[in-house]
Design a protein around this ligand. Structure first.
Ligand code: SAH
Length: 382
């Protein structure tokens, strides 16, 4: 395996532009006063941005036309430049590739279901966790996203979902690029902004927000102490340390028993059922004995298992488990009394499925192909 596990925070190449999603109300007001604008505009801006998902001051018709440009420059720079927006599954899955102010690339995916609209967002550009079956993990860590860059993915997803008639964004999963708990301070601030009611935040119920982690135990404890009832998903992928050391390299630091211990404590404190993510990899982690061992570890706990058919990444030696093997794995877990489902595989044709994010644009070597194109202008795969 070529990619090293990285826990240290990389230094940003240059400072991120100032954006209202990185400021509180008072901070926003003081920037406005610096540019000679009345403080009450802060509330207007936050209402427009968080509540109506308008990110461009020139479209804020409740601001005086003459002031829009100065306000936009001071507080609403464009953080995410759309490089491409593709859709599949009849337009019900949409993947956006964004370029950040320093050229870093991130992706987010919107999935519309009959009862909810979910955005899968990124917390880092790249990832330092080096899981060998994951495309993002194979690219290494580029940098942490700022709070505003995380929040702006949600605001853009909400707007895209509305523009495309998919409905109101209801759920957020931190299952895009990056390890959210390795970017804890920004993630924490973003979680508060995503869940606070408008105009202080986007107003998505914390119960509909999922934070997925490889299992950074001390930070799971911090998340539990935060008092936000978000759902915790733990990417387990193996019930035994020997295999998990290979599949999820951070396991060499925090073992299966410690990760599960933190998960049960999280469930106790938040009273929320924990999700266990388990990618089904043919002949690697899909043996009946591993299903039985997993069942033994999870039995009687406030837990749900999500089995994810492996999405093979380019050049990977691994493949998804055959369906009968998967069915037997499910049966054994359910026999142990563990609630289990198999995740649907949305977004495969547009490289938007689990573990596929952010490989394609970089590999194709076409950065900024359609940087001027607004979201919704391409929609290639429909
Ligand atoms: N770093 C976090 C969140 C990002 S990944 C985490 O690991 O939980 C979201 C989920 O997709 C994780 O469970 C991850 O293990 C899984 N995943 C990664 N690559 C995959 C692949 N090729 N096929 C299926 N699932 C994959």
């Amino acid at each position: 395996m070529s990619v090293a596990l990285t826990l240290t925070e990389p230094r940003p190449r240059k400072a991120a532009p100032r954006h209202l999603a990185d400021l509180d109300l008072a901070g926003c007001q003081s920037v406005l006063s610096e540019i000679g604008q009345p403080a009450f505009r802060a509330k207007q801006l936050r209402q427009q941005y968080f509540g109506r998902h308008v990110g461009d001051a020139s479209q804020m018709t409740d601001l005086p036309a003459a002031a829009r440009e100065a306000i936009g420059e001071a507080l609403l720079p464009r953080l995410l430049q759309p490089i491409r927006v593709d859709s599949c599954d009849d337009g019900r899955t949409v993947k956006a590739v964004w370029r950040l102010y320093d050229g870093a690339l991130v992706e987010s995916v919107i999935m519309a279901y009959p009862d909810r609209v979910t955005a899968c967002v990124s917390s880092q550009a790249g990832c330092g966790m080096a899981c060998p079956f994951c495309a993002t993990g194979q690219g290494g860590l580029d940098r942490n996203l700022t709070t505003a860059e995380i929040v702006d993915q949600v605001v853009n997803a909400a707007r895209l979902a509305e523009e495309r008639g998919l409905g109101r964004l209801s759920n957020i999963v931190f299952m895009g690029m990056g390890e959210p708990l390795a970017n804890w301070n920004r993630l924490k601030a973003a979680l508060h902004l995503i869940t606070k009611p408008v105009p202080d935040g986007i107003g998505i119920s914390a119960r509909n927000v999922t934070v997925s982690t490889v299992g950074l135990v001390p930070t799971i404890e911090k998340l539990a102490a935060e008092g936000l009832p978000v759902r915790l998903a733990v990417s387990l992928h193996a019930p035994d340390d020997e295999l998990r050391d290979e599949l999820v390299p951070i396991n060499t630091r925090w073992k299966v028993a410690e990760v599960l211990g933190a998960a049960w404590e999280y469930a106790r404190v938040t009273k929320r059922r924990v999700s266990i993510e388990y990618a089904m990899i043919r002949d690697v982690n899909d043996q009946p004995w591993r299903a039985d061992l997993l069942g033994k570890l999870l039995k009687g706990r406030l837990v749900h298992v999500n089995l994810i058919p492996l999405n093979p990444t380019p050049g990977s030696r691994w493949d998804a488990s055959p369906k009968p093997v998967e069915a037997e794995f499910v049966r054994r877990l359910r026999d142990a009394g563990v609630s289990t489902t198999v995740r649907d595989t949305r977004g495969q044709e547009i490289d938007g499925a689990c573990g596929q994010l952010a490989a394609s644009v970089r590999e194709a070597g076409t950065p900024g192909r359609t940087a001027a194109e607004p979201p919704g202008a391409s929609g290639a795969a429909e």
